[in-house]
Each structure stands twice: as C-alpha cells, then as structure tokens.
Design a binder for this molecule. Structure first.
Ligand code: ZN
Ligand code: ZN
Length: 360
C-alpha cells in the first residue's frame, strides 16, 4: 500500500469523526502517511491536500521522499501552520506526540489552533494492520537479529560480562545492515534475570547462571523484538521448569489468535497457564505489544485493553516469570494475525537454552 492509499483510508476515518483537517506530529505517523523519514516533520491534511512541514535541514530529503501535495520549509512551526489554518475548521491533532508545554506554547502563538481536538484513537493508531511491504521489512529485521544471535551465542561462556555480550550482539546486528537497534538490549543474568527490564550491566556471567536476552534489529525503519532464556554452562532445572511453563503459556496464547480476537483474551489465555502453575504474581507485565515503525506500538496485549486484533496485526507474545532474589526468564516471539489464525514470524527455538555446556 502506498502512502496515498493510506491517506485515502484516513480520509474516510476523519469523515466519520467529523474532522475537516488533521495534524500529525509523531515521526512514525508522518513517515507512514508521507514517506518522509527526517527527524523533524509534521503533516497537515485537509479534505483536498496534504502538506509536509519541516525545517531547512531536510529540504532536499523531503523533496526526495515525501509523496505529498506541498512541502513547507519553516523556521517556526507556528508560522507554517498559520499559512494553512485560514478558516476555522474542525482539526484533530496527535495529542500523544506533544507535551502539554509544547502545545500550550504553540496555541499561544497561534490561537486558531486552540480549538483543535485530540485525534480519536483509531486516527492515531493507523498502523496496527500491516501491509505486505511492512511485513517484508519486519521479516528482514527478524532475520538479521536471528542470524546475529545464532552466530553470537557461542560467546556466551562464564567470564563474559553482560555488557560485552550485548555489545557483540549489537555489533553483529548493525554490521548485518541494521541501521540502528530498536532499544537497549536486555541481558539479565544471575539474580538480575528477575528484572524484566534488566539492561546489560557490568556483571560477569558465571557458570550456572540463568540468563535472559531480549534484542532486535531494524530494516527499512521497521523493528523486530525477541527474547530467549536459559542458563550458562550448566543446566538449571528450575529455569527449565519455568521456561516450559512460559512455552505452554505462549501456546495457549497462540491457540486463541484469530481475526478480531480481543487483546485481553490473548493475555488471559497465557496468564491462566502461569497462574495455574503457581506463578501468577511473578508475571508482572502484559503479554505483548504491537511492533512496526515503533518498537512498542498499538495494540497492547493487556488485561486492560479494549482493543481487538485485526488481520495483519503484528504483535509480540512474551510471557515472563520473575522471582526476586532467585531469578527469572522470559521468552518472546512475534506473530502476525492472518485470516485463518496466525503465522509465527520469529523462528529461534524458545525451550530453555544451555549455552556452552561443559562435558560433565
Ligand atoms: Zn523484547
Ligand atoms: Zn517486546
């Protein structure tokens, strides 16, 4: 789907919400709707035309990338918007992409904008269902990360620090063509494996340590996100036990995936397995999230979500068990919802790993 087709879809949405114009402020949505990838850009659309607004640093890049009716190069955003807001029309703006202070400043300089209303959720969360081009990019981002992982995991021996492992993985991923990495990798070993977001520290990994590694790559602006867990040098029966529970929890979530399934039901299916195994309290986050141009994007697979999963939605399924003082594990795969259920996009094994086991 090209950006004009995306905007046609958006027009219908705006009509339904009685909005005559919309102002997009997040880099991801500006890119999604125009093709422009610069770090500063806004998109203003009315019923007939689309403008990309950016500053002089991006004039050439905007002219090359942005498929819009007009590009406005500005020194001050309010002055550029002043040219576009002639008569009072009902305008929606991407409220989550600005701070209260930024919006207050903008509307003080441009009182016409003060009547703008936050865009409804469906006009902000445009990117949930991925098209084929997006799925291809995500698949490449997965492939880069998985190949890097496969080559790096031989380095997981007692004596390596978490940070060394994280850097090796990042170097390999970026060398393979990933322009950036989607987030600071989580390399959580020993008792730190009980931290769901234990980014790599200077801790030295020791024989017998549990280890969870959460990483990903980028391709054409799209991200991948995956997690593996196990133990180093020697099998840890407790880690094997909890990873087996996590695998069963993932299977339970996969089993309910179908078009339009409520996100809360997918979370519940996995959570039930973990609760039954006695670790309900130890699963302290939601089951997953959308991945695309942003590493965490809508929808959220959470008990609190009132969203549904359309065909084309790409989400993670990432149950975890964390016992403070002892350790923990998480496994994470990416799936796409299809008309007949789902397809798993990631392919690394998720059973408990035992890295560089000795000859014992
Ligand atoms: Zn992750
Ligand atoms: Zn994730």
């Amino acid at each position: 789907m090209n950006v004009r087709q995306r905007r046609d879809r958006l027009s219908a949405l705006l009509d339904r919400h009685n909005l005559a114009a919309a102002l997009y402020l997040s880099g991801e949505n500006v890119r999604y709707l125009s093709g422009f990838t610069g770090s500063n850009g806004q998109l203003f659309l009315d019923r007939d035309r689309t403008w990309l607004l950016t500053d002089g640093r991006y004039a050439a890049q905007a002219a090359e990338q942005a498929d819009v009716d007009e590009i406005l190069i500005y020194e001050r955003l309010d002055e550029a918007l002043r040219k576009l807001l002639h008569e009072p029309v009902r305008t929606g703006f991407e409220a989550a992409a600005v701070t209260v202070a930024q919006w207050r400043d903008l509307t003080q300089k441009l009182p016409k904008l003060a009547d703008a209303v936050p865009l409804p959720t469906d006009a902000v969360e445009l990117r949930i269902a991925k098209d084929d081009d997006e799925l291809n990019a995500i698949t490449r981002a997965i492939q880069i990360a998985e190949e890097a992982w496969t080559s790096v995991q031989q380095a997981i021996v007692p004596g390596i620090t978490e940070r060394e492992l994280s850097l090796k993985l990042e170097w390999t991923i970026r060398s393979a063509g990933s322009r950036t990495v989607p987030f600071e990798f989580i390399v959580a070993s020993g008792a730190r494996s009980a931290m769901p977001h234990g980014v790599a520290s200077d801790r030295t990994i020791e024989e017998g340590d549990p280890l969870t590694v959460d990483f990903g790559a980028e391709a054409d602006g799209y991200f991948s996100d995956m997690t593996v867990a196990g133990s180093v040098g020697r099998r840890d029966p407790w880690i094997e036990e909890i990873v087996a529970i996590l695998e069963a929890a993932q299977e339970a979530a996969f089993a309910v995936l179908e078009p339009d399934v409520p996100c809360a039901d997918v979370d519940a299916a996995a959570r039930r397995v973990i609760e039954k195994a006695g670790y309900g309290e130890a699963f302290s986050h939601s089951l997953g999230h959308g991945v695309g141009l942003a590493i965490h994007e809508a929808p959220r697979l959470s008990r609190l979500s009132d969203q549904h999963l359309p065909v084309g939605a790409v989400v993670t399924i990432e149950p975890g068990i964390y016992v403070p003082g002892r350790g923990g594990a998480r496994i994470e795969d990416m799936v796409v919802v299809t008309s007949d259920g789902y397809r798993k996009l990631t392919s690394l094994p998720k059973s408990a790993y035992c890295w560089n086991q000795g000859d014992s």
